[in-house]
Design a protein around this ligand. Structure first.
Ligand SMILES: [Zn+2]
Length: 411
Protein backbone atom coordinates (compact mmCIF):
# COMPACT_ATOMS: atom_id res chain seq x y z
CA UNK A 1 0.00 0.00 0.00
CA UNK A 2 1.28 3.47 -0.92
CA UNK A 3 -0.55 5.31 1.82
CA UNK A 4 0.34 5.23 5.51
CA UNK A 5 -2.81 3.81 7.06
CA UNK A 6 -1.52 4.03 10.64
CA UNK A 7 -1.03 7.78 10.23
CA UNK A 8 -4.45 8.15 8.61
CA UNK A 9 -6.14 6.21 11.40
CA UNK A 10 -4.35 8.23 14.03
CA UNK A 11 -5.56 11.48 12.44
CA UNK A 12 -9.17 10.35 11.99
CA UNK A 13 -9.37 9.33 15.63
CA UNK A 14 -7.49 12.41 16.91
CA UNK A 15 -9.82 14.73 15.02
CA UNK A 16 -12.83 12.91 16.52
CA UNK A 17 -11.63 14.08 19.95
CA UNK A 18 -12.50 17.68 19.03
CA UNK A 19 -16.17 18.28 19.79
CA UNK A 20 -16.50 14.72 21.04
CA UNK A 21 -19.91 13.77 22.46
CA UNK A 22 -20.38 10.47 24.25
CA UNK A 23 -18.05 7.66 23.24
CA UNK A 24 -18.28 7.89 19.47
CA UNK A 25 -20.20 11.06 18.63
CA UNK A 26 -19.00 14.39 17.28
CA UNK A 27 -20.46 17.88 17.38
CA UNK A 28 -18.52 20.40 15.33
CA UNK A 29 -20.97 22.93 14.03
CA UNK A 30 -19.83 25.18 11.21
CA UNK A 31 -17.75 28.22 12.24
CA UNK A 32 -17.92 27.23 15.94
CA UNK A 33 -14.97 27.16 18.34
CA UNK A 34 -14.76 23.37 17.89
CA UNK A 35 -14.74 23.84 14.13
CA UNK A 36 -11.90 26.35 14.46
CA UNK A 37 -9.89 24.00 16.67
CA UNK A 38 -10.37 21.23 14.12
CA UNK A 39 -9.38 23.49 11.23
CA UNK A 40 -6.22 24.60 13.07
CA UNK A 41 -5.21 21.00 13.77
CA UNK A 42 -5.91 19.83 10.22
CA UNK A 43 -3.97 22.83 8.90
CA UNK A 44 -0.90 21.55 10.79
CA UNK A 45 -1.38 18.14 9.18
CA UNK A 46 -1.62 19.81 5.76
CA UNK A 47 1.69 21.53 6.42
CA UNK A 48 3.28 18.25 7.56
CA UNK A 49 2.11 16.78 4.25
CA UNK A 50 4.02 19.50 2.38
CA UNK A 51 0.98 21.62 1.53
CA UNK A 52 1.08 25.38 1.69
CA UNK A 53 -2.09 25.92 3.75
CA UNK A 54 -4.33 28.86 4.57
CA UNK A 55 -7.87 29.52 5.80
CA UNK A 56 -9.70 31.61 3.21
CA UNK A 57 -12.20 34.37 3.97
CA UNK A 58 -15.14 31.94 3.74
CA UNK A 59 -13.69 29.56 6.33
CA UNK A 60 -12.43 26.99 3.81
CA UNK A 61 -9.11 25.40 4.73
CA UNK A 62 -7.07 25.15 1.52
CA UNK A 63 -3.63 23.65 1.02
CA UNK A 64 -1.56 23.68 -2.17
CA UNK A 65 1.34 21.83 -3.59
CA UNK A 66 2.75 23.42 -6.75
CA UNK A 67 3.19 21.22 -9.80
CA UNK A 68 6.11 21.45 -12.17
CA UNK A 69 3.81 22.93 -14.83
CA UNK A 70 2.01 25.72 -13.04
CA UNK A 71 -0.07 26.91 -15.99
CA UNK A 72 -2.02 23.63 -16.18
CA UNK A 73 -5.52 23.44 -14.70
CA UNK A 74 -5.20 22.10 -11.17
CA UNK A 75 -6.32 18.87 -9.56
CA UNK A 76 -8.50 19.43 -6.49
CA UNK A 77 -9.17 16.93 -3.71
CA UNK A 78 -11.28 17.39 -0.62
CA UNK A 79 -14.34 17.08 1.55
CA UNK A 80 -15.45 18.66 4.84
CA UNK A 81 -14.65 18.40 8.56
CA UNK A 82 -17.67 20.14 10.08
CA UNK A 83 -20.38 17.84 11.47
CA UNK A 84 -24.05 17.53 12.28
CA UNK A 85 -25.03 18.52 15.86
CA UNK A 86 -25.29 14.84 16.78
CA UNK A 87 -22.91 13.46 14.19
CA UNK A 88 -20.31 10.78 13.66
CA UNK A 89 -16.55 10.51 13.20
CA UNK A 90 -16.30 9.64 9.52
CA UNK A 91 -18.73 11.81 7.53
CA UNK A 92 -16.49 14.24 5.64
CA UNK A 93 -13.39 13.59 7.71
CA UNK A 94 -12.55 10.29 5.97
CA UNK A 95 -12.35 12.15 2.67
CA UNK A 96 -10.71 15.33 3.93
CA UNK A 97 -8.02 13.52 5.91
CA UNK A 98 -7.76 10.89 3.15
CA UNK A 99 -6.92 13.65 0.67
CA UNK A 100 -4.20 15.00 2.98
CA UNK A 101 -2.87 11.45 3.41
CA UNK A 102 -2.58 11.14 -0.39
CA UNK A 103 -0.37 14.25 -0.58
CA UNK A 104 1.63 13.22 2.48
CA UNK A 105 2.30 9.84 0.84
CA UNK A 106 3.32 11.59 -2.41
CA UNK A 107 5.92 13.37 -0.29
CA UNK A 108 7.01 10.12 1.39
CA UNK A 109 7.55 8.50 -2.02
CA UNK A 110 9.22 11.55 -3.56
CA UNK A 111 6.41 11.94 -6.11
CA UNK A 112 6.29 15.45 -7.60
CA UNK A 113 3.05 16.22 -9.43
CA UNK A 114 3.16 17.89 -12.84
CA UNK A 115 -0.17 19.53 -12.15
CA UNK A 116 -0.67 21.73 -9.09
CA UNK A 117 -2.88 20.06 -6.47
CA UNK A 118 -5.15 21.81 -3.99
CA UNK A 119 -6.71 20.03 -1.01
CA UNK A 120 -9.81 21.68 0.45
CA UNK A 121 -11.72 21.19 3.68
CA UNK A 122 -14.89 23.01 2.65
CA UNK A 123 -16.58 25.14 5.29
CA UNK A 124 -20.12 24.40 6.46
CA UNK A 125 -21.01 21.48 4.25
CA UNK A 126 -23.63 20.20 6.70
CA UNK A 127 -25.90 23.24 6.89
CA UNK A 128 -27.27 22.30 10.32
CA UNK A 129 -26.42 25.59 12.00
CA UNK A 130 -27.77 28.11 9.47
CA UNK A 131 -30.24 25.75 7.82
CA UNK A 132 -28.35 26.05 4.57
CA UNK A 133 -25.10 24.26 3.90
CA UNK A 134 -22.36 23.72 1.32
CA UNK A 135 -21.43 27.31 2.04
CA UNK A 136 -17.70 27.06 1.43
CA UNK A 137 -17.94 25.24 -1.86
CA UNK A 138 -20.65 27.58 -3.13
CA UNK A 139 -18.42 30.53 -2.27
CA UNK A 140 -15.58 28.97 -4.28
CA UNK A 141 -17.73 28.49 -7.40
CA UNK A 142 -19.81 31.68 -7.14
CA UNK A 143 -23.16 30.26 -6.01
CA UNK A 144 -23.76 32.31 -2.86
CA UNK A 145 -27.23 33.77 -2.66
CA UNK A 146 -28.64 37.10 -1.61
CA UNK A 147 -28.71 37.48 2.19
CA UNK A 148 -26.43 34.51 2.72
CA UNK A 149 -24.37 36.20 5.45
CA UNK A 150 -27.47 37.42 7.28
CA UNK A 151 -28.88 33.93 7.90
CA UNK A 152 -29.19 33.34 11.64
CA UNK A 153 -28.55 30.32 13.83
CA UNK A 154 -30.90 29.28 16.67
CA UNK A 155 -29.21 31.76 19.05
CA UNK A 156 -29.79 34.62 16.62
CA UNK A 157 -26.15 34.90 15.53
CA UNK A 158 -25.71 35.69 11.85
CA UNK A 159 -23.32 33.79 9.62
CA UNK A 160 -21.29 36.97 9.26
CA UNK A 161 -20.89 37.24 13.04
CA UNK A 162 -20.12 33.52 13.32
CA UNK A 163 -17.45 33.71 10.63
CA UNK A 164 -15.87 36.71 12.40
CA UNK A 165 -15.87 34.79 15.65
CA UNK A 166 -14.29 31.89 13.75
CA UNK A 167 -11.58 34.34 12.72
CA UNK A 168 -12.29 35.37 9.14
CA UNK A 169 -14.08 38.27 7.46
CA UNK A 170 -15.98 37.09 4.40
CA UNK A 171 -15.58 39.15 1.24
CA UNK A 172 -18.44 38.40 -1.15
CA UNK A 173 -16.42 40.04 -3.94
CA UNK A 174 -13.86 37.21 -3.57
CA UNK A 175 -16.48 34.77 -4.86
CA UNK A 176 -16.10 32.95 -7.21
CA UNK A 177 -12.56 31.90 -6.48
CA UNK A 178 -12.49 29.43 -9.38
CA UNK A 179 -13.90 29.65 -12.89
CA UNK A 180 -14.67 26.82 -15.32
CA UNK A 181 -11.36 25.75 -16.86
CA UNK A 182 -9.28 26.40 -13.74
CA UNK A 183 -9.75 22.88 -12.39
CA UNK A 184 -9.03 19.76 -14.41
CA UNK A 185 -10.75 17.43 -11.97
CA UNK A 186 -12.18 17.28 -8.46
CA UNK A 187 -12.01 14.06 -6.45
CA UNK A 188 -13.90 13.35 -3.23
CA UNK A 189 -13.91 10.27 -1.05
CA UNK A 190 -16.83 9.95 1.35
CA UNK A 191 -18.53 7.28 3.42
CA UNK A 192 -21.53 5.92 1.53
CA UNK A 193 -24.16 6.93 4.13
CA UNK A 194 -26.29 4.14 2.72
CA UNK A 195 -26.45 0.32 2.90
CA UNK A 196 -25.62 -0.66 -0.71
CA UNK A 197 -21.91 -1.51 -0.32
CA UNK A 198 -22.59 -3.43 2.85
CA UNK A 199 -25.30 -5.37 1.04
CA UNK A 200 -22.86 -6.14 -1.81
CA UNK A 201 -20.13 -7.05 0.72
CA UNK A 202 -17.75 -4.59 -0.93
CA UNK A 203 -15.43 -2.24 0.96
CA UNK A 204 -15.51 0.58 -1.59
CA UNK A 205 -17.41 1.72 -4.64
CA UNK A 206 -16.99 4.08 -7.57
CA UNK A 207 -19.75 6.67 -7.80
CA UNK A 208 -21.60 7.10 -11.09
CA UNK A 209 -23.62 10.22 -10.27
CA UNK A 210 -25.22 12.21 -7.51
CA UNK A 211 -28.96 11.99 -7.91
CA UNK A 212 -31.04 15.10 -8.06
CA UNK A 213 -33.82 15.52 -5.52
CA UNK A 214 -37.24 16.86 -6.37
CA UNK A 215 -38.80 18.27 -3.20
CA UNK A 216 -42.50 19.10 -3.12
CA UNK A 217 -44.98 20.07 -0.44
CA UNK A 218 -48.53 18.80 -0.95
CA UNK A 219 -51.44 20.46 0.86
CA UNK A 220 -54.79 18.69 0.98
CA UNK A 221 -57.92 20.41 2.18
CA UNK A 222 -61.14 18.75 3.21
CA UNK A 223 -63.74 19.72 5.76
CA UNK A 224 -63.61 19.34 9.53
CA UNK A 225 -66.49 17.78 11.39
CA UNK A 226 -67.25 15.86 14.55
CA UNK A 227 -65.81 12.36 14.41
CA UNK A 228 -68.94 11.08 16.09
CA UNK A 229 -71.65 12.77 14.06
CA UNK A 230 -70.65 13.08 10.39
CA UNK A 231 -71.64 9.92 8.46
CA UNK A 232 -68.90 8.28 6.41
CA UNK A 233 -70.51 9.04 3.04
CA UNK A 234 -70.60 12.77 3.79
CA UNK A 235 -66.99 13.19 4.85
CA UNK A 236 -64.15 15.14 3.27
CA UNK A 237 -61.27 13.67 5.23
CA UNK A 238 -57.96 15.23 4.20
CA UNK A 239 -55.91 12.58 6.02
CA UNK A 240 -57.62 9.72 4.22
CA UNK A 241 -56.72 11.49 0.97
CA UNK A 242 -53.12 12.06 2.03
CA UNK A 243 -52.64 8.48 3.19
CA UNK A 244 -54.05 7.12 -0.07
CA UNK A 245 -51.64 9.32 -2.03
CA UNK A 246 -48.68 8.32 0.15
CA UNK A 247 -49.45 4.64 -0.26
CA UNK A 248 -49.90 4.92 -4.03
CA UNK A 249 -46.75 7.03 -4.37
CA UNK A 250 -44.77 4.32 -2.59
CA UNK A 251 -46.22 1.64 -4.88
CA UNK A 252 -45.50 3.82 -7.91
CA UNK A 253 -41.80 4.19 -7.07
CA UNK A 254 -41.54 0.48 -6.26
CA UNK A 255 -43.30 -0.70 -9.40
CA UNK A 256 -42.37 1.86 -12.03
CA UNK A 257 -39.03 3.20 -10.78
CA UNK A 258 -35.63 1.67 -11.45
CA UNK A 259 -33.22 0.35 -8.82
CA UNK A 260 -31.92 3.94 -8.58
CA UNK A 261 -35.29 5.57 -7.88
CA UNK A 262 -36.24 6.47 -4.32
CA UNK A 263 -39.36 8.24 -3.09
CA UNK A 264 -40.10 9.32 0.46
CA UNK A 265 -42.75 11.14 2.46
CA UNK A 266 -40.85 12.15 5.58
CA UNK A 267 -42.95 14.89 7.13
CA UNK A 268 -46.67 15.22 7.63
CA UNK A 269 -48.83 17.69 9.55
CA UNK A 270 -52.53 17.37 10.19
CA UNK A 271 -54.91 20.12 11.25
CA UNK A 272 -56.50 20.45 13.75
CA UNK A 273 -54.81 17.20 14.86
CA UNK A 274 -57.44 16.11 17.31
CA UNK A 275 -58.75 12.60 17.91
CA UNK A 276 -62.42 13.47 17.58
CA UNK A 277 -62.29 15.88 14.64
CA UNK A 278 -62.13 14.81 11.00
CA UNK A 279 -58.81 16.14 9.63
CA UNK A 280 -59.47 19.32 7.69
CA UNK A 281 -56.04 20.02 6.33
CA UNK A 282 -52.97 17.87 5.79
CA UNK A 283 -49.60 18.93 4.50
CA UNK A 284 -46.84 16.49 3.59
CA UNK A 285 -43.51 16.49 1.81
CA UNK A 286 -42.38 14.49 -1.21
CA UNK A 287 -38.74 13.63 -1.85
CA UNK A 288 -38.22 11.95 -5.22
CA UNK A 289 -34.73 11.13 -6.52
CA UNK A 290 -33.15 9.44 -9.48
CA UNK A 291 -30.05 9.77 -11.62
CA UNK A 292 -32.23 9.32 -14.70
CA UNK A 293 -34.26 12.46 -15.34
CA UNK A 294 -36.61 10.71 -17.74
CA UNK A 295 -37.62 8.27 -15.02
CA UNK A 296 -37.98 11.01 -12.42
CA UNK A 297 -40.05 13.19 -14.77
CA UNK A 298 -42.31 10.28 -15.66
CA UNK A 299 -42.93 9.42 -12.01
CA UNK A 300 -43.54 13.06 -11.18
CA UNK A 301 -46.28 13.20 -13.82
CA UNK A 302 -47.77 9.95 -12.51
CA UNK A 303 -47.70 11.35 -8.96
CA UNK A 304 -49.73 14.38 -10.08
CA UNK A 305 -52.28 12.01 -11.65
CA UNK A 306 -52.56 10.09 -8.37
CA UNK A 307 -53.09 13.30 -6.39
CA UNK A 308 -55.70 14.59 -8.83
CA UNK A 309 -57.59 11.30 -9.00
CA UNK A 310 -57.56 10.77 -5.22
CA UNK A 311 -58.68 14.29 -4.36
CA UNK A 312 -61.45 14.25 -6.92
CA UNK A 313 -62.74 10.87 -5.65
CA UNK A 314 -62.73 12.08 -2.02
CA UNK A 315 -64.03 15.58 -2.74
CA UNK A 316 -60.84 17.30 -1.53
CA UNK A 317 -58.94 20.35 -2.71
CA UNK A 318 -55.20 20.36 -3.08
CA UNK A 319 -52.24 22.58 -3.87
CA UNK A 320 -48.60 21.85 -4.60
CA UNK A 321 -45.46 23.82 -3.99
CA UNK A 322 -42.06 23.04 -5.40
CA UNK A 323 -39.24 23.51 -2.87
CA UNK A 324 -36.25 22.12 -4.75
CA UNK A 325 -35.65 20.73 -8.20
CA UNK A 326 -32.05 19.66 -8.77
CA UNK A 327 -30.63 17.83 -11.74
CA UNK A 328 -28.51 14.74 -11.22
CA UNK A 329 -24.81 15.41 -11.78
CA UNK A 330 -22.80 12.70 -13.46
CA UNK A 331 -19.22 11.78 -12.62
CA UNK A 332 -16.94 12.26 -15.63
CA UNK A 333 -16.54 9.08 -17.70
CA UNK A 334 -12.80 9.65 -18.19
CA UNK A 335 -12.26 9.90 -14.42
CA UNK A 336 -14.38 6.79 -13.77
CA UNK A 337 -12.34 4.93 -16.42
CA UNK A 338 -9.07 5.84 -14.68
CA UNK A 339 -10.54 4.90 -11.30
CA UNK A 340 -11.70 1.54 -12.63
CA UNK A 341 -8.29 0.82 -14.16
CA UNK A 342 -6.55 1.64 -10.88
CA UNK A 343 -9.17 -0.29 -8.94
CA UNK A 344 -8.49 -3.40 -11.06
CA UNK A 345 -4.74 -3.03 -10.52
CA UNK A 346 -5.39 -2.98 -6.78
CA UNK A 347 -7.51 -6.11 -7.17
CA UNK A 348 -10.62 -4.61 -5.56
CA UNK A 349 -13.24 -5.15 -8.34
CA UNK A 350 -15.30 -2.35 -6.85
CA UNK A 351 -18.88 -1.87 -7.96
CA UNK A 352 -20.32 1.33 -9.39
CA UNK A 353 -23.14 2.97 -7.45
CA UNK A 354 -25.00 6.24 -7.34
CA UNK A 355 -25.15 8.71 -4.51
CA UNK A 356 -28.53 9.61 -3.07
CA UNK A 357 -27.22 12.31 -0.68
CA UNK A 358 -25.42 15.31 -2.13
CA UNK A 359 -21.84 16.27 -1.33
CA UNK A 360 -19.44 19.15 -1.94
CA UNK A 361 -18.64 17.36 -5.21
CA UNK A 362 -22.16 18.08 -6.49
CA UNK A 363 -21.35 21.79 -6.47
CA UNK A 364 -17.82 21.38 -7.81
CA UNK A 365 -19.43 19.62 -10.79
CA UNK A 366 -20.69 22.99 -12.05
CA UNK A 367 -17.15 24.17 -12.81
CA UNK A 368 -15.13 20.96 -13.07
CA UNK A 369 -15.25 17.29 -14.05
CA UNK A 370 -15.46 15.18 -10.92
CA UNK A 371 -15.15 11.68 -9.53
CA UNK A 372 -16.12 10.14 -6.19
CA UNK A 373 -15.17 7.10 -4.16
CA UNK A 374 -17.54 5.66 -1.55
CA UNK A 375 -16.48 3.72 1.52
CA UNK A 376 -18.80 1.16 3.11
CA UNK A 377 -20.33 2.24 6.41
CA UNK A 378 -22.04 0.03 8.93
CA UNK A 379 -25.77 -0.41 8.27
CA UNK A 380 -25.66 2.79 6.23
CA UNK A 381 -25.94 4.80 9.45
CA UNK A 382 -24.74 8.40 9.23
CA UNK A 383 -25.39 11.81 10.83
CA UNK A 384 -25.41 9.88 14.09
CA UNK A 385 -22.79 8.92 16.73
CA UNK A 386 -23.32 5.28 15.70
CA UNK A 387 -21.83 6.04 12.28
CA UNK A 388 -18.97 3.60 11.71
CA UNK A 389 -16.56 2.69 8.93
CA UNK A 390 -13.81 0.08 9.22
CA UNK A 391 -10.30 1.45 8.91
CA UNK A 392 -9.41 -1.33 6.46
CA UNK A 393 -12.23 -0.11 4.17
CA UNK A 394 -11.23 3.53 4.48
CA UNK A 395 -7.59 2.74 3.66
CA UNK A 396 -8.65 0.88 0.50
CA UNK A 397 -10.64 3.91 -0.58
CA UNK A 398 -7.76 6.28 0.17
CA UNK A 399 -5.35 3.98 -1.70
CA UNK A 400 -7.61 4.21 -4.75
CA UNK A 401 -7.76 7.98 -4.25
CA UNK A 402 -3.94 7.99 -4.15
CA UNK A 403 -3.59 6.04 -7.40
CA UNK A 404 -6.25 8.12 -9.16
CA UNK A 405 -4.74 11.41 -7.98
CA UNK A 406 -1.28 10.24 -9.06
CA UNK A 407 -2.58 9.44 -12.56
CA UNK A 408 -4.45 12.75 -12.83
CA UNK A 409 -1.55 14.88 -11.65
CA UNK A 410 1.33 13.22 -13.49
CA UNK A 411 0.50 14.83 -16.83
ZN1 LIG B 1 -20.50 14.64 4.42
Amino acid sequence: MKINSARLKDRIYSLAEIGKIGETGVRRLAHSQEDRKAVDLVKEWMEDAGLDAHIDCFGNLRGRIEGTEKEKPILMLGSHIDSQPYGGRFDGTAGALGAIEVIHSFQDHGFTPVRTIEVVCFSDEEGARFNKGVFGVRALIGQLEEGELERKDKEGMTRLEALKEFGVTPEITQSPVYQPGDIEAFLELHIEQGPVLEDLKKPIGIVSAISGPLWLTVSIEGFAGHAGSVPMNLRQDALVGASTIIREFNDLVNNEGTSNTVGTVGSLQTFPNSRNIIPEKVEFTIDLRDIDMEVRDRLETRLYEIIKKTCSALNLKYSLSEDTRSDPRYCADWIKTIMKEEDEKLGYSSPTLMSGPFHDALFMSYISDYGMIFVRCEKGISHNPLEFAEMKDIEKGVELLYQTAARLSES
